[in-house]
Design a protein around this ligand. Structure first.
Ligand code: ASP
Length: 450
């Protein structure tokens, strides 16, 4: 198959064309045209992914758990998964804190620019503060209370409640494991069939990914640049150093920390891991939502990284909702950056508080665009830094959201690979001719169609 027919290349082409179109549209003042004729393709793609996210969690988690041998196996997978999530999130936070304290990006923002940034983005802050205020007033166990829905259909009707669906599916899966096999069989068969259907739907939706990604990226650029292309240069000047520190954190996490985990616990060649997860990274970057990317992440983890459905169906949906390393790095750097700009010194105690609150916050925050900023306000309140300070960074929020979401899904895939390998449920897939398993599948589908 020529390279341009491969899906991940098509997505990359869509992304680059979207970027070029977005820049031209912003410079030519085509905001309205982009909103009317380009952005809807991105929205349709994102809606399609969201549409299958909840049925996917339900079917794959129930099938995954009910096909395990017994509860001991579940306890082993569950324990490893949660343990790895917490360890890696703490590493991400400490990494963020070390970087921001070493490079001190807050020290270089000129005072005039600070005032200007606060004036320009002050409006955006109020809305997020209102959300965060609610979150901050809650008790320490409330995130766990929120995880348990009182009405299944209520939670299934809102994608922000994904963690509740994970919980219900988990409970049903465990119960099915305990029910007599012949009684459980029809229901398991039903969910298996639903699972197969959803896997096919993911494939079909991914055919539209290049166009969807084009629409999403073009729209993102036009909305960030707005109608003042000159402003973006000024912003880059003031916030470039801060953004670079955040991005350096993501890069260290992805290219140093994850490879260490993968080397220690799996036999998977690193290039195979990165090539296998690339389609999910591209979709995460374009949608800024780990939740919307979930179907693609599952697909990549199973088909390209060779992790069994039993492991991936548990690890990936849970990871998409609670495991956010990119968000953790972003929050650590940003909280201290804002304090630095406002001339406040954060002692060791305050920095330790950031770690504790951010680990808790990552459980409660939804896998949707900008969720990290809402939780950032909670962190700022906890360490006594005025939360209006987030006005400083709102101008570069969207691109950083895109990158941290990419980091978040890479982290989920890493944990899935490690748990899969240590449970003996991952077989590295070796492709001799440089193609990816998804490409092979595409070929098969095309042949079948012919
Ligand atoms: N957009 C991120 C995600 O979905 C969450 C965040 O805002 O940090 O993973």
């Amino acid at each position: 198959m020529p390279w341009y027919k491969k899906l991940h290349w098509q997505i990359i082409i869509g992304l680059i064309l979207g970027l070029i179109f977005g820049v031209i549209a912003a410079m030519q003042g085509w905001q309205q045209f982009t909103a009317n004729w380009v952005a809807p393709f991105g929205d349709i793609f994102m809606n399609l992914l969201m549409l299958i996210a909840i049925p996917l969690i339900l079917a794959s988690l129930i099938v995954g758990i009910s096909s395990l041998g017994d509860l001991d196996e579940l306890a082993s997978i569950g324990g490893k998964t949660i343990g790895l999530y917490i360890v890696a999130t703490v590493i991400a936070l400490v990494l963020g804190l070390v970087l921001v304290n070493t490079f001190q990006p807050g020290a270089v923002v000129p005072e005039a620019m600070q005032t200007e940034l606060q004036e320009t983005y002050g409006g955006d802050v109020e809305e997020r503060e209102a959300f965060a205020e609610e979150a901050a007033e809650r008790g320490p166990l409330d995130p766990f209370v929120d995880m348990v829905p009182s009405n299944f259909f209520d939670s299934a009707s809102d994608n922000a409640n994904m963690l509740q669906i994970v919980f219900v599916a988990f409970l049903v899966g465990v119960a099915l494991l305990l029910v007599k096999r012949e009684k459980a069989e029809p229901l398991i068969n039903f969910f298996e069939s639903l699972n197969a259907l959803i896997i096919k739907l993911v494939e079909i939706i991914m055919w539209t990914a290049p166009i969807g990604v084009f629409g999403l990226i073009a729209d993102a650029i036009v909305s960030v640049v707005g109608d003042q292309p000159g402003q973006i240069m000024e912003l880059l000047g003031a916030l470039g150093y801060y953004s670079a520190v955040v991005v350096l954190g993501f890069a260290i996490m992805i290219f140093v920390v994850y490879p260490i985990f993968l080397r220690l616990f799996t036999d998977q060649p690193l290039y195979e891991f990165f090539r296998g997860i690339a389609p999910a990274q591209l979709v995460a970057f374009s949608t800024s939502s780990s939740g919307a990317t979930l179907p693609v992440t599952m697909d990549c983890v199973e088909k390209n990284l060779g992790v069994s459905n039993e492991v991936s169906s548990f690890v990936v949906p849970l990871g998409a909702t609670i495991n956010m390393h990119g968000t953790a790095i972003y929050q650590a750097v940003t909280a201290v950056f804002i304090a630095q700009v406002l001339g406040m010194q954060l002692d060791l105690m305050a920095q330790a508080t950031i770690v504790i609150i951010a680990v808790m916050a990552s459980i409660g925050s939804a896998a949707v665009p900008a969720a990290g900023v809402v939780m950032l306000v909670v962190i700022l309140e906890a360490i006594g830094v005025p939360s209006a300070g987030i006005a400083l960074i709102m101008g570069v929020e969207r691109p950083l959201d895109m990158l941290r979401t990419l980091n978040n899904v890479t982290g989920d895939a890493m944990v899935a690979s490690v748990v899969g390998a240590t449970e003996g449920k991952a077989a590295p897939i070796e492709m001799q001719d440089g193609t990816m398993p998804t490409d092979v599948q595409e070929e098969e589908v095309m042949e079948e169609a012919e």
